[in-house]
Design a protein around this ligand. Structure first.
Ligand SMILES: Nc1ncnc2c1ncn2[C@@H]1O[C@H](COP(=O)(O)OP(=O)(O)OP(=O)(O)O)[C@@H](O)[C@H]1O
Length: 636
């Protein structure tokens, strides 16, 4: 549909315009209309989507006054007067020029040079047109020159008349201008729409983010407040926009950032019962502070919703059970392993955990998952030892209806599918049969899995952590473990030290397990337990963690059966030579996230947070300073 309408006051002009439009294959509609009709026609056209109007003389002036759309005028250039001046030369007496706008100066100059007595009459509507013609006749003019409106009245009052017609160039110029105006309007429209889209997008983000947001201008007046900010903060004096920030949030610190221009991030504060994390960011344009935007996050509620997700996963048995803080051990060896594991947790590559039986490989896998970005997604454990290849394949791949290798009914999701988005822990990978190894290699390479009997592949996003003992290398040499699979799973490798290399950690483990084993009765047996602990202090534990846990269990049973300490110690098999040296160096325990979590859990109570982190208040203050964690008393 055409977007340009040419409203012509004369039939002749319309015919010429149509000719040019057809020649140049333009999309322009042409209509002939008198001064009276043109307004109505234009109104309808604009309603139907016309974006640009073209017209001439009085019509054009009226349309310009009445409509917001651009109106392009077909101008009467000096060339239009050639015919008129030919005629003037052949007559005697004054000549009347009729026009809506001022007659061009060069026409007046020509009259002067040709010694023509000329009178100029202007009008701006139909009635005025008749009046000016009557006046011209009364004034004794012998010839009238003008457009089609006055032509009609010249005939009526018997005035000889020359109708001015536009040249081809005049029409072409108007058509070109109209095309250019339309093109720029359309460009503007596209820009406007994309701006609107962007604005709407920001509005949605602004109102549906979990963060509260407040923006103030350079005078400290509130520009916007989102819904979350209202929920999180005790704001006063609605409506907020246009008010000084202090009026709606008296203890705000946004104006200090407005003065300093320095951003303040991750400040913690207590608002009512909630712990809020705040960022205050100055908006700086060309070196000038133009305002401040502050974001607020209720960490308590985030923690609660994360807990909800985790508890759902727990219900399904797909959540990790341990985190690094559950790990007992202060030896250099275990702390080094924990530090490396925490580094691996941030990465997304597959991990190989190497270590003897019961050194805590599975506990490390759980903790790595818990520390990783995938923490709220499933953690799935698959034991590769002592399981038949058929069962293991069916467990990993899943099967479609009617394809169960055991004739079971229905379909089953495979472990890879269950672990989607999270972590799959393959325990004792060295025992995986070759067929299973081949499947694992395929899945790890392609990131997709196909159920047994399935006809389509399922894309998966899973991080794989595997555990193995030292026999893995031997199996690769023997050819019973695929070398390619080893490379795929061992991008990051962590060797977990055996308990005998962890100094006095066995004592810490014992003491923790005794507490758990005796529970509420601990106080009753505390004396005897202390004696046992004193006794084993002089020895080095030669067994692994599992043996130590069995030892604690046995001692607990014996003590509960009223055996004396002497009797109990006589049955201690795992103890050997006295420890040569004590290793008790704390390393790598501190992360910003751990400090924030402890502060959040303790509701910003420094003493409680320090207890949670197992350190003194002054150490905690030092660490908060190091990690740039500030606690303020205000609300923002
Ligand atoms: N540092 C630790 N602190 C507290 N408990 C631990 C620690 N390391 C291991 N344990 C406990 O010891 C037991 C054995 O740990 P885990 O199952 O993680 O070892 P593993 O190396 O995976 O054993 P396996 O070789 O038999 O698969 C678990 O009950 C675990 O909770």
């Amino acid at each position: 549909m055409s977007k340009i309408l040419f409203i012509s006051p004369s039939v002749q002009l319309a015919a010429r315009a149509r000719e040019i439009i057809a020649e140049r294959s333009l999309e322009v509609e042409v209509q002939v209309a008198s001064l009276k009709e043109s307004k109505e026609i234009a109104a309808r056209a604009v309603e139907n989507g016309i974006k640009v109007l073209i017209s001439r003389g009085g019509n054009a002036s009226i349309l310009q006054k009445c409509f917001a759309v651009p109106v392009i005028k077909v101008k009467l250039t000096s060339g239009c007067y050639i015919e008129a001046f030919e005629k003037i030369r052949s007559i005697e007496g004054p000549v009347a020029f009729f026009s809506v706008e001022e007659i061009q100066d060069n026409v007046k100059t020509l009259c002067y040079l040709m010694d023509v007595e000329s009178n100029f009459y202007r009008f701006d509507n139909e009635m005025a047109a008749e009046d000016v013609v009557k006046k011209a006749v009364r004034d004794g003019n012998v010839l009238g020159i003008g457009g089609v409106v006055t032509e009609k009245y010249a005939g009526l009052y018997d005035l000889d008349y020359v109708t001015l017609e536009n040249s081809r160039e005049d029409i072409e110029m108007a058509l070109d201008s109209a095309q250019q105006v339309l093109a720029s309007l359309q460009r503007e429209e596209i820009r406007r729409k994309s701006l609107q889209l962007q604005l709407q997008r920001y509005e949605v983000i602004f109102n549906y983010t979990h963060d509260g947001i407040i923006a103030i201008d350079k005078k400290g007046k509130v520009e916007v407040v989102n819904k979350q900010a209202e929920k999180i903060l005790p704001l006063k004096n609605k409506p907020y926009e246009g008010q000084y920030i202090e009026n709606i949030l008296p203890s705000t610190k946004m104006h200090t950032v407005l003065r300093s221009g320095e951003m303040e991030t991750d400040e913690l504060m207590k608002v009512g019962n909630a712990i809020i994390n705040t960022n205050r960011i100055p908006i700086i344009i060309d070196g000038q502070i133009e305002g401040v935007v502050a974001t607020f996050r209720d960490i308590e509620s985030i923690r609660i919703s994360e807990q909800k997700i985790r508890s759902n996963l727990h219900k399904k048995g797909l959540a990790s059970k341990y985190r690094f803080t559950d790990m007992i051990g202060e030896s250099k060896a275990i702390q080094r392993a924990i530090r490396i594991a925490k580094g691996y947790a941030k990465n997304n590559s597959n991990i190989l955990l190497l270590g003897e039986i019961g050194v805590g490989k599975e506990m490390f896998a759980h903790s790595i998952h818990r520390e990783s970005r995938r923490r709220n997604m499933p953690f799935v454990v698959v034991n590769c030892a002592n399981v038949s290849p058929v069962v293991l394949l069916a467990d990993l791949q899943g099967y479609e209806e009617g394809s169960s290798p055991f004739g079971a009914k229905g379909h089953k999701e495979g472990m890879f599918e269950l672990a989607h988005g999270g972590t799959l822990f393959l325990d004792k990978i060295e025992d995986a049969p070759l067929g299973v190894q081949a499947l694992l290699l395929r899945v790890l390479e392609d990131n997709e899995v196909r159920r047994i009997g399935g006809d389509h592949v399922i894309p998966i996003d899973v991080r794989v952590i595997v555990s193995a003992n030292k026999t893995l290398t031997k199996k690769i040499e023997e050819g019973t473990f695929l070398e390619e699979l080893f490379y795929a799973i061992s991008v990051l490798t962590l060797e977990i030290p055996p308990l005998r290399e962890r100094g006095d950690d066995y004592l810490l483990l014992c003491s923790d397990w005794f507490r758990r084993s005796f529970g509420a009765d601990f106080r009753k047996y505390e004396g005897k337990i202390k004696d046992i602990e004193e006794y084993i202090k002089g020895y080095t534990w030669k067994g692994n963690i599992r043996q130590l846990s069995n030892f604690v269990e046995r001692v607990s049973v014996l003590l509960k059966n009223d055996m004396s300490v002497e009797e109990v110690v006589s049955t201690l098999p795992g103890l050997a030579h006295p420890a040569d040296e004590k290793e008790n160096v704390m390393l790598g325990k501190w992360t910003r996230a751990a400090v924030l979590e402890a502060l959040s859990e303790s509701k910003l109570n420094i003493s409680r947070a320090a207890r949670l982190l197992n350190c003194s208040r002054s150490t905690l203050y030092k660490k908060m300073d190091e990690f740039n964690i500030k606690i303020t008393n205000g609300t923002t």
